[in-house]
Design a binder for this molecule. Structure first.
Ligand code: ADP
Ligand code: MG
Length: 624
């Protein structure tokens, strides 16, 4: 007689349940030979399932020895036991344990996947196995849509595909009516005829009688044997039980199908990531947009105005020369000189008013930020013989407009009025005064103070202010009084920093909330899939492979949620900025940052779920 493939010696299993000590098995000695068909019968609660779990390496004896194929296995590590399970056992349970919402062939594939077989040979094995159990047409059906008998035949096909030598079936017909039960038993007997060792737990005497041997268990002990051992002799190589490697591509495909089989839950997880990422995107988007907005506000006209003044008697250069020199300074956009010529009497058809007269050179309108109404046919520039009047002065003088080509006289000289100054943001008093070309202004009086009004390019005011005096009067720059706007850089940084820290706090809160909700959601999902993870463990998944499955699912959710959050956030920023008439500014780095943040958030959130998945006890999880 050959050596038994399974030898139990003094095996006990005690559960400590809530202070209660349950002795499920009390000293079992059992030999099962290779190729046998053994039926295990006995009353409910007698210890049959516990015995099968121990034989199938799903559970460890509390006391005793278990020799599998001549090797003591109760002291092996979890990794070793798992890979041994993957290459020695096929399991069939009363409640089927399929991947219910996935295609039938995914359930059949599970065992061979964890055996580390390549995709091509797995596909062939799955097809053959489904063929053998008569379900070749149903490989692509969702498992839930099959009848009970069909589902149990899928479970048989899963065991078949692995070509493992020992089949453990725990009341496989318990949920089936007698005729479908018979067809499942026929499949199991076919596997036995093909050489498998079959250990069948059943309540049915009719089924038990088909076995070579019947073992009766009650109260955790073997009460009797019937039949004889009918062994065949083969050698199984169980010494080289190195854990099979499952390719990353196969694990990714598994994760994707798993997510796709739970669309509502997957969408909820993606939404959680998307919400957190969109807050981040809004923060980043608003930060860059506010920065641009604050900058442009600080670079508004008022912050680009530099002026230089001097007394015309004390210098040896004319206002015309000053304008030309100022135009040569880098950063100057427009420049005009206004020389104060004191008060003069301005007369129009009998009306006279004493008012201040200025001589002007250069781009007076833009440099003084004046709004001017020009007479038709003029050059929008002040030339010799022409004058501009402030609008309020014009109305005091009885001039209603420029259509009549009005003329004014100052000190007996006549000037055609070509423009009315409505208002001047920089020199409001111009609305009540007279501007003449600098060359004409001498008739009004001797030169007094000259002001050089400069508008700089954005952010150039400080630089222009520091250079203008030397440029205009290199020999005596101190004679010029230069005024520049307050340096806005510090103030700008203060404003921007304030905005940013509020937004950053907001993002941190959203991230923390996302982390907590997502962790809870993933952990609860794993809890709901306890029996699935138990099944995966039973057919040979290592704890690390389950953790990786949870991680890969989370990574997918994170990337999809990151992309969705990016889009939602960008739309929100667009709506906000456009609503406020701002220019939306997006940093191109935002896209990868958003997607990577989603990924990181989901991966961090999956840690608790992954640990929980890795801790699933298959023998407990499958007791359903
Ligand atoms: P059978 O399959 O013959 O009905 P089981 O092996 O399932 O019997 O159970 C044997 C005994 O062990 C029962 O009393 C059962 O309540 C107990 N038992 C099984 N599993 C556990 C467990 N995880 N914790 C506590 N008691 C358990
Ligand atoms: Mg049972």
């Amino acid at each position: 007689m050959s050596r038994p493939i399974i030898q139990l010696r003094g095996v006990e299993r005690t559960y400590f349940d809530d202070g209660l000590v349950v002795r499920a098995l009390g000293g079992v000695d059992l030999d099962i030979y290779d190729g046998e068909f053994v039926a295990i019968v006995g009353p409910s609660g007698g210890g049959k399932s516990t015995l099968l779990s121990i034989i199938g390496l799903l559970d460890n004896p509390s006391v005793g020895e278990y020799w599998l194929n001549g090797r003591e296995v109760s002291s092996l590590t979890d990794v070793q036991r798992t890979s041994l399970r993957a290459q020695m056992f096929g399991f069939i349970f009363q409640s089927f344990h399929l991947l219910e919402r996935r295609q039938v062939k995914d359930s059949v594939d599970l065992g061979v996947m964890y055996q580390g077989l390549p995709a091509r040979s797995r596909a062939i094995r799955c097809r053959e196995a489904l063929n053998t159990v008569g379900l070749s047409e149903r490989g692509s059906s969702v498992a839930l849509t099959l009848s009970g008998g069909q589902r149990q035949r899928v479970a048989v096909a899963r065991a078949l595909a692995t070509r493992n030598p020992i089949i453990l079936a725990d009341e496989p017909t318990g949920n089936l009516d007698s005729s479908t039960g018979r067809s499942v038993i026929a499949e199991l007997r076919r596997m036995h005829s093909a050489g498998a060792t079959l250990i069948l737990v059943t309540h049915s005497d009719e089924l038990a009688r088909q076995a070579d041997r019947i073992i009766c268990i009650s109260d955790g002990a073997i009460q009797g044997h019937a039949g004889t051992e009918a062994a065949i002799h083969r050698e199984w190589d169980t010494e080289t039980a190195t854990p099979p490697r499952v390719r990353l591509r196969d694990q990714c495909a598994d994760a994707l199908r798993s997510l796709a089989s739970r669309p509502a839950e997957t969408m909820a997880l993606i939404t959680a990531v998307a919400v957190a990422v969109s807050v981040l995107v809004v923060t980043l988007g608003l930060a860059t947009s506010t920065k641009a907005q604050v900058s442009s506000a600080f670079d508004a006209q008022a912050n680009r105005e530099v002026s230089a003044t001097w007394q015309s008697q004390g210098v040896n250069f004319s206002p015309e020369e000053a304008v030309v020199r100022a135009q040569g300074v880098a950063g100057v956009e427009s420049v005009a000189a206004l020389s104060d010529r004191g008060e003069a009497l301005v007369t129009v058809t009998g009306q006279a008013r004493a008012t201040t007269v200025h001589g002007v050179v250069g781009d007076v309108v833009s440099a003084t930020r004046s709004e001017v109404v020009w007479a038709e046919g003029t050059h929008h520039r002040l030339e010799s013989g022409e004058a501009m009047l402030g609008e309020s002065l014009a109305s005091q003088l009885g001039l209603s407009g420029l259509r009549t080509s009005p003329t004014i006289s100052i000190s007996g000289k006549f000037f055609g009025v070509v423009g009315l100054v409505r208002s001047s943001d920089r020199y409001p008093r111009l609305a009540g005064e007279v501007l003449l070309a600098e060359s004409d202004a001498r008739i009004a009086g001797p030169g007094g103070e000259v002001s050089l009004a400069i508008t700089t390019r954005p952010a150039s005011a400080q630089q222009v202010g520091s250079q203008i005096a030397v440029a205009v009067n290199p020999f005596a720059p101190d004679g010029l009084a230069v005024s520049v706007p307050v340096d806005p850089i510090g103030l700008r940084q203060e404003v921007e920093g304030g905005v940013q820290s509020v937004l950053q706090a907001f993002t941190a809160i959203a991230g923390a909330i996302g982390l907590v909700t997502l962790s809870a959601a993933i952990a609860s999902s794993v809890r709901g899939r306890r029996s699935e993870f138990g099944l995966r463990r039973a057919v040979g998944a290592q704890t690390g492979q389950l953790a990786r499955l949870v991680g890969l699912e989370a990574a997918t959710v994170g990337i999809l949620g990151g992309v969705a959050g990016l889009l939602i956030g960008m739309i929100a920023v667009l709506l906000f900025t456009i609503g406020n008439r701002w220019v939306p500014v997006f940093d191109p780095a935002m896209a990868p940052v958003a997607v990577l943040s989603g990924l990181a958030l989901a991966l961090m959130s999956s840690v608790a779920g992954a640990r929980r998945a890795a801790r699933v006890q298959p023998s407990l999880a499958l007791r359903l």
